[in-house]
Design a protein around this ligand. Structure first.
Ligand code: G4P
Length: 191
């Protein structure tokens, strides 16, 4: 998505360890117009699917997921990162390892909010190693729901998550795919 790529080039900041900071428009302050434009784009990409629910993970996936849910007219469920190891019977749970944060978290969703027969679109801000997507897919599977695909704002295409999950047959639509980044340059995958 051209507008997003231009914004990343203008306001994104590359940090050591291959981290792209987009705090000024996505992860801390949210540019609501850009968020709305991205949600419309995601809606267009998945218009032929009868999506019943959007699933994301806290924290920074929630803004784009909510806007997308609003544009599509469907509810948004966000997985919570649980502190406790005592997981109750009323939740679907999965362990998600964050390579960026070097920590494993239990991720939970109440059984009330995902049902068999739901057609789920997973929405998230970043795709890097793919562990968040894998975890959210596992939660949808536990619920007997179908994952129609995923919509991602920024895919770091130089990390293996996207390729790994596409090879397993998952539909993943990314609005910007970063091919490489360094202190002084950032390139996108040519589509
Ligand atoms: P994954 O999300 O594809 O599994 O990859 P990874 O384990 O590397 O990512 C862990 C966390 O770091 C995720 O957020 C992910 O969105 C975020 N992340 C990964 N790469 C970048 C990056 O280049 N820039 C930014 N800003 N974030 C990145 P999270 O742990 O789920 O938490 P939260 O930050 O949404 O609260």
């Amino acid at each position: 998505m051209k507008k997003l790529e231009e914004r990343i080039l203008r306001d994104g900041v590359v940090k050591p360890g291959g981290i792209l900071k987009v705090d000024s428009f996505l992860n801390h302050q949210i540019d609501t117009q850009l968020c709305y434009d991205m949600a419309k784009e995601i809606c267009e990409l998945y218009k032929d699917e009868e999506i019943t629910k959007i699933l994301t993970i806290e924290a920074s996936g929630i803004s784009i997921a909510t806007m997308t849910g609003f544009v599509m007219g469907v509810p948004v469920v966000f997985a919570k990162k649980a502190m406790s190891k005592n997981i109750s019977d009323n939740v679907y749970a999965v362990e998600v390892y964050s390579f960026t944060k070097k920590a494993t978290k239990n991720v939970i969703v109440s059984k009330e909010y995902i049902n068999p027969g739901d057609k789920i679109l997973i929405v998230d801000d970043f795709l890097a190693m793919g562990s968040a997507l894998e975890g959210l897919s596992s939660i949808a599977e536990q619920a007997g729901a179908q994952v129609v695909g995923a919509a991602i704002v920024v895919e770091k295409a130089f990390q293996p998550g996207g390729e790994k999950l596409r090879a397993r047959g998952m539909r993943i639509e990314s609005l910007a795919r970063v091919a490489s980044m360094s202190d002084d340059s950032l390139t996108f995958v040519e589509e």
